[in-house]
Write a protein that binds this ligand. Structure first.
Ligand SMILES: [Zn+2]
Length: 275
C-alpha cells in the first residue's frame, strides 16, 4: 500500500471517504457518521473509539499506525470471505462494493441480516464458525452462575467484602443476552431515551459472562448515595475487578468486569479466556 495521507478532524476528500467506508464496514460507525468524505466530529469520535480498541494513541488523528491496523482488519475479513468461497476480490484492505456484497451473501447464507457490515454476530460466524459456546443465544440472567467461573468467584469474594463493610450490595445484572444488548444500543439512536452504550450485541463483556452490574441497597431500594457506589467500586477493585466508575468514555458506576486482557474484538475472533 502506498503512503496514505494523515487525516483528521476537518480533512476532506477521497481518502476520508475510503477511511469512513472501512470503519463503517467493520461496524465501528456506532455514532452514525455519514460516508461523505468529510472528517467531522462524529468521524473523529469513532476514530478515537477505534484507536482505544486497538491500544493506539487515542487522538483522533489517522496516521500510519491507525491506517495499518484498520486496513489489516479489512484484509483479514476479505481473506476469510475468499477462503469460504465468497468473492471479496483481491484483499486490498478497502471495504468497497465487492467486499460489501460478499459480506451480504455470507450473511444471507447464515441467516443474518444482510447489512453488508461485519457487526459482532457476523464477525463471530466468520472468524469462529464452530464455537464451543453459543453465547449469542443465551438468555439474560442476574445469576452469578451465568458468568465465567473465575469472574463468578471474584464476584462472590466482592459480595463477601461488601458485607464485611456494612454495605448491602446486590447483583442487578450478570449475563446480558445479545438481543438485550442490541436493544440497549438502540436506545437514544433509533429508540427513545438517552444513549447508554456504544456496544452492540456481542460487543459488551456482559455478553461473554465477563461482567456484572451491582448496586448498594438501602431499605430495599438502590441507594441514591453516590458515596456508597464509590465505596462499592473500591471494594470491587480490591478483589481485582475492573470498575466502570473509572471508565473514560461512559462512566458506569454499577459495572464490574474481568477481561483476562482480552478485547471483545478478540472474543468475537474466537479467542477464549483461559479455563
Ligand atoms: Zn455493566
Amino acid at each position: 500500500m502506498s503512503t496514505l495521507p494523515i487525516i483528521q478532524l476537518g480533512s476532506t476528500g477521497y481518502y476520508v471517504r475510503l477511511y469512513q467506508m472501512n470503519l463503517n464496514g467493520l461496524a465501528l460507525n456506532y455514532n452514525g457518521f455519514a460516508i461523505d468524505g468529510n472528517f467531522d466530529i462524529k468521524t473523529s469520535n469513532a476514530t478515537k473509539n477505534f484507536q482505544d480498541r486497538f491500544d493506539l494513541v487515542s487522538d483522533g488523528i489517522v496516521g500510519p499506525d491507525t491506517w495499518k491496523v484498520l486496513t489489516e482488519n479489512v484484509k483479514a475479513v476479505q481473506k476469510l470471505l475468499n477462503s469460504r468461497g465468497y468473492r471479496a476480490g483481491y484483499p486490498d484492505g478497502w471495504f468497497g462494493a465487492n467486499t460489501t456484497q460478499a459480506v451480504q451473501q455470507f450473511q444471507r447464507d447464515n441467516g443474518l441480516y444482510p447489512s453488508g457490515i461485519v457487526e459482532p454476530r457476523t464477525r463471530r460466524r466468520l472468524f469462529d464458525p464452530h464455537p464451543k459456546h453459543s453465547y449469542e443465544v443465551r438468555p439474560s440472567s442476574n445469576d452469578l452462575s451465568s458468568l465465567n467461573p473465575h469472574v463468578a468467584a471474584l464476584a462472590r469474594r466482592f459480595l463477601d467484602l461488601t458485607r464485611q463493610n456494612q454495605l448491602d450490595v446486590r447483583i442487578t445484572y450478570a449475563f446480558r443476552s445479545w438481543d438485550d444488548q442490541d436493544r440497549l444500543f438502540a436506545q437514544g439512536r433509533w429508540l427513545p431515551g438517552d444513549i447508554v452504550t456504544n456496544a452492540r450485541g456481542g460487543d459488551s463483556y456482559h455478553n461473554w459472562g465477563l461482567a456484572f452490574d451491582a448496586a448498594p441497597y438501602e431499605n430495599g431500594e438502590i441507594t441514591t448515595d453516590n458515596e456508597k457506589f464509590i465505596k462499592m467500586g473500591r471494594l470491587g477493585q480490591q478483589v481485582g475487578l475492573e470498575w466502570g466508575g473509572t471508565f473514560k468514555s461512559i462512566v458506569d458506576y454499577p459495572h464490574f468486569q474481568y477481561t483476562f486482557g482480552l478485547k471483545t474484538w478478540d472474543l468475537l475472533n474466537g479467542v477464549t479466556p483461559p479455563a
